[in-house]
Design a protein. Structure first.
Length: 165
């Protein structure tokens, strides 16, 4: 039997939930939150934890984001932040949605909050770097990229891609 990486298993579960949702109705928030919590590093969420409730909205936001619906993604990430202001992935997702909606200054604020909450996660710094670059702060963007790459060298592809304009 072939063992799939967790993110593939997670994505397959979300696709199944989406198909089933169309057939029998929308999947419950608790099911989506449970699926999202399985692949997310960080604090352990108890069933009544705001982090668990937020993780469901974060996953809904990622799904909307992947579909190109940045307005819906922004709504979902904002709801996650309302439920758990200490959830860095809610802030990161908000930054992604704002960045791709053409609001890099607002995205920068969201990425900075994600960096404050989880300073050891390189991709938060990479998002911050992209926003800084988009608002014309190239030297600050370079410093943010250095932080991102020191934390996670595998992010080099993001920087290389952002320089191809």
């Amino acid at each position: 039997m072939v063992k799939l990486p967790p993110q593939w298993t997670h994505r397959a579960a979300l696709i199944c939930a989406k198909v089933l949702g169309k057939i029998i109705g929308r999947p419950s928030e608790s099911l989506l939150a449970e699926l999202a919590a399985k692949d997310r590093p960080g604090p352990t969420a108890t069933p009544d934890s705001p982090l668990l409730a937020a993780s469901g909205h974060i996953q809904l936001g990622r799904t909307a984001f992947d579909a190109g619906d940045y307005g819906e993604a922004l709504h979902c990430f904002s709801e996650a932040i309302r439920l758990a202001p200490e959830a860095p992935w809610g802030w990161h997702g908000r930054g992604d949605a704002l960045q791709l909606s053409g609001q890099p200054a607002a995205a920068l604020n969201a990425y900075e909050r994600a960096c404050e909450l989880a300073p050891d996660v390189g991709i938060h710094h990479a998002g911050r770097a992209n926003s800084l670059d988009a608002i014309g702060r190239a030297s600050d963007a370079d410093m943010a990229w250095n932080s991102a790459l020191n934390l996670d060298p595998s992010l080099a592809w993001m920087r290389d891609g952002s320089k191809k304009r």
